[in-house]
Design a protein around this ligand. Sequence first.
Ligand SMILES: Cc1cc2nc3c(=O)[nH]c(=O)nc-3n(C[C@H](O)[C@H](O)[C@H](O)COP(=O)(O)OP(=O)(O)OC[C@H]3O[C@@H](n4cnc5c(N)ncnc54)[C@H](O)[C@@H]3O)c2cc1C
Length: 508
Amino acid sequence: MASISRRGFLGAAAASAAAFVPGAAGALTEKAPRKWDETVEYLIVGTGFAGLASAIEAHTLGMKNVVVIEKMAFPGGNSVINGGAVAAAGTDMQEKAGIKDSADLLYRDILKAGGGIAHPDLARHIADESVENFYWLRDKIGVKFAAVTYHGGHSVKRSHSNTAHQGSGFIEPMLKVCEKYGIPIRMRTYLEALIEDEKGRVVGAKIREGYVFPKEKSGKVKYVRSKKGVMLACGGFAQNVKMRMSHDPRLTSAFGSTNHPGATGEGIQEAQFLGANTVHMDWIQLGPWTSPDEQGFGLCPLLTEPLVGYGPMVDPKTAKRFVMETGNRKVRADAIVAIGHPVVMYACEKNIMNQAVGKNLSEKMWAELQKSGVVHKFATLKELAAFYNIPYDALQAQNEKFNGYMKAMKDPDFNCKFFKDGVPNTEANGPFYGWRLWPRVHHCMGGLEINNKAQVLDARGNVIPGLYAAGEATGGVHGMVRLGTVAVADCMIFGRTAARTAKAYKPA
Ligand SMILES: Cc1cc2nc3c(=O)[nH]c(=O)nc-3n(C[C@H](O)[C@H](O)[C@H](O)COP(=O)(O)OP(=O)(O)OC[C@H]3O[C@@H](n4cnc5c(N)ncnc54)[C@H](O)[C@@H]3O)c2cc1C
């Protein structure tokens, strides 16, 4: 068996099953061409955080002929539409805000949210590099940061929000750096198959130039040899309903997604055809902060997240709170899904202005939320109750209780975390603002198994030479639950790590 290459083995096994693998039947038996169309030093698939970070690092390390391919017409994948905040534990920005933090505390938080199944060495790598990564973004890439905010499940405020309050605040400066370094970013170029040699080393890829998403056979086929191997930074599979349902059958098309349309996971499948192992594939995160009153990710998460611990979430049918508002995403999403209909969150203007507007979302976004009818303004709690059909007396009693818990900084009902700068949600601190919440499929914690050098492992735990992966295409980093803003750190840190590993790679 040892003499049979992974592709040979899987190719033979797949020959009879090829009809069951939509769009990839040909890819299963793809062979190295007699003649390559092009030779590069380091081929990266995907223009999100992981891909661009890897490209910039590779160039900085002196690698020549680094090429990034992207199947869509626009760069940035999930990264460019992301919430614009990155976790880092122990920065000068935190110190200025009087926040004590450390790599150890971030590491413990990741493992805790991960429910014991996060791979400790991967979590440790992120925790140890988070501060250096933050300074790299700010001082080398030119990202501008606005504030440090809180995200549910973290022990302290450590989410560093960029001034655009969007992933574009990271992606745009990264693209500029790529341009400055002359790193080609080839749009509408699709990775169709990975190619390994007779020794099982990944040596290149079959790609399609001029590809038009999602037409599988569009574009012109080209074979690219990559001397230092191929880096998969092709993101997750939240938009591939068939793939996500094979791991979690509950996630039917009835659930919308916050992801960009190209989050369809075929890069992960390509690596699987080569024998790559996957982990945690059934841990697919629902974002608890999306609104049924806007599409996709929208703006609502940017308002909701910094207000957990400042405003209550209630079931409109009963006016009762039902969950620890500062709990991690899974705790909250599961609780809302169990209720079975959208819930209502509200807060007074003072808390919103102190915690969210200008910090986690811009004035313009705040105005947009109101204009689009996602957020509504009410002079009194009674008006808010009437609008959302909430029994008023019960809501008033619940509101007073919550205000009392905030003051005492203790929640005997759900153990919600409170902060010293929270003010009671009263008419005096008003007006009130309310919005509805219903979860959407957000993040695939699972993906390709990697080691802490970003090398992809096969089903026996061995490194697949010349194959690297980082970001949402990988699994194991977060375990059961990904903490807010840790994905950005994950993508950047492992993307850069992959470049270092590739630079040192000498095919045996
Ligand atoms: C709306 C939203 C908000 C978020 N907010 C935050 C946040 O504030 N903080 C945080 O930490 N995390 C956040 N996340 C999660 C985080 O943004 C993602 O996990 C991260 O952006 C993934 O980056 P990536 O580089 O792995 O993949 P992506 O950014 O998705 O990039 C992958 C790219 O690969 C391309 N690709 C895929 N397959 C192929 C192929 N076969 N050939 C060629 N190209 C291919 C895709 O088109 C895509 O452009 C958010 C996610 C979403 C969706």
